[in-house]
Ligand binder design. Structure first.
Ligand code: NAD
Length: 260
């Protein structure tokens, strides 16, 4: 389905991004992986994709908090593949603390990685998509692009910002065969969610078990975590021709969280 196309997925060494990269690779796309982690583990992911699908997969370890590194990553990917047909802005970090205690460096890092990095990748990828008359931009936003939770000021601000960015890009690209959408998952069991449990327990004065039951799953009427595979399949659908008219949409996959 995606033979001959190239997909760049930020933050694809772990969690949701890795799941999306695997599904797009299995659909035949060449892949640009990005994110942090143990280099031997990342090489296993990369080599496995190439072997399974007989496509190319490359890895770029650009730190998305640094605009210069993002631009170098994008230029290198464009050099290698000609165009980036599918851009998935997925990398993200979290920090949980009351706003009065929120460290300035955490605010700056979350805004840079969760919001500004998408501005830089989109600005670099869009000209090639427009020229080809086909492109897919997918941001992994969050239910927090639509609603807030206490103690997540930077994350909620950045994710609401993504909704605005995606709508704007969708309008600018609408007549060029390029769609831009944001997927808004509820809680998905990944290292990002696991890591915020101790700080959430501290901020709310409850146990870690209570965080899972009364904060995380409390938000989701299904009382189930969203699965990585579900988000990946949704992203893959957005790359299909059947999704050509879905653009500028802020799409929930949150077990009913934002219906409340
Ligand atoms: P994760 O921690 O498993 O993966 C995050 C990825 O981003 C990793 O590959 C990591 O190396 C990369 N990354 C982090 N900082 C980076 C940087 N400076 N430069 C380059 N790469 C960097 O997390 P996840 O849960 O899979 O989250 C992926 C996305 O999904 C994030 O944008 C997150 O906000 C969003 N999301 C997650 C959930 C959830 O419940 N897990 C819910 C809604 C939205």
């Amino acid at each position: 389905m995606l033979k001959g196309k190239t997909a760049l997925i930020t933050g694809s060494t772990s969690g949701i991004g890795k799941g999306i990269a695997e599904v797009l690779a299995d659909a035949g796309a060449n892949i640009v992986l990005n994110g942090f982690g143990n280099s031997a583990d990342i090489e296993i992911i990369r080599a496995d994709m190439e072997r399974r699908n007989r496509t190319r997969a490359i890895y770029d370890g650009a730190d998305l908090s640094d605009a210069k590194q993002i631009i170098t990553m994008m230029d290198h990917a464009l050099d290698q593949f000609g165009t980036i047909d599918i851009l998935v802005n997925n990398a993200g970090i979290q920090h949980v603390a009351p706003i009065e205690e929120f460290p300035i460096e955490k605010w700056n890092a979350i805004l840079a990685i969760n919001l500004s990095s998408s501005f830089h990748t989109i600005a670099r990828a869009l000209p090639g998509m427009k020229k080809k008359g086909w492109g897919r931009i997918i941001n992994i936003a969050s239910a927090h692009a639509l609603v807030a939770s206490p103690f997540k000021s930077a994350y909620v601000a950045a994710k609401h910002g993504i909704a605005g960015l995606i709508k704007t890009v969708a309008l600018e690209a609408a007549q060029h065969g390029v769609t831009a959408n944001a997927i808004c998952p509820g809680y998905v069991w990944t290292p990002l969610v696991e890591a915020q449990i101790p700080d959430t327990a501290k901020a709310r004065g409850i146990t870690e078990r209570e965080v899972i039951d009364t904060v995380l799953l409390e938000a989701q009427p299904t009382k189930q975590f969203v699965k990585i595979d579900e988000v990946a399949a949704f992203a893959a659908f957005l790359t299909s021709d059947a999704a050509a008219s879905i653009t500028g949409a802020i799409l929930s996959i949150d077990g009913g969280w934002t219906a409340q």
